[in-house]
Design a protein around this ligand. Sequence first.
Ligand SMILES: [Zn+2]
Length: 271
Amino acid sequence: MPELPEVETIKRQLNRKIKGKKIKSVKINLPKLVKYPLKKFKNLVKEVKINNITRRAKLLIVELSNNYYLIIHLKLSGQLIFNGIISKHTHLVYYFTKKNILIHNDVRQFGFVKVISKDELDDFFEKERFGPEPLSNKFNLKLFKELLLKRKKSKIKIILMDQKFIAGIGNIYSDEILFFAGVLPSRKVETLKNNEIKRIFQGIKEILKLAIKKRGTSSRDYFDIYGKKGNYVPLLKVYQRGGKSCFSCKSKIKRIKMGSRSAHFCPKCQK
Ligand SMILES: [Zn+2]
């Protein structure tokens, strides 16, 4: 699933490519993708300019010039490709001109596009109750410690992936952050020492920033808006490396089930 670095990459690229452009029309091939009456949706975006694209957690927020917002969640396999080739997995096409289009693909079809008016926007995000943005200045070590105190009995990997605890981190980067910190994913928060908390905090900041720089991780379906893969895969230390040897100590990377997800870790480097 695209996580913060992937969605942030898409957001930045969309701002370069479609900000200021006017949507001439849309074509909807998969009605369930659009969580709004289809006819109304088509009329609502017609001849409307894209003012800005922002991100909150893993959501893209497309600000339109008519005081409406498109909220796009790519979920497991969504892709937004500028001037991409339309295929059977293309469920929505935005036409800017005949040649310039943005296509929304989604093989697994879990993603969605919602429409929200300016008045509803604050309410929408209040209901979502997202935790802080990990790369914001507001998210500092003091706040991280305060939040951890409320979740003492939880396993550290589980809360790193909990969008209500902290926004934007999923399976890939929680594994990588915990390897960076040398902390096992199954550790309960109450057992973490001060220096371990500090290293996890550092890992959150450093790994997410580096992953954005590399335009994300293409381990499965993720492509940026140019249809290019992200370059973080060669930097992965544990994620999807189960059975392979650790780059630091040569031990075998382990993979265990954790809730409905799997955690990857080095049994020697992580305590
Ligand atoms: Zn190791």
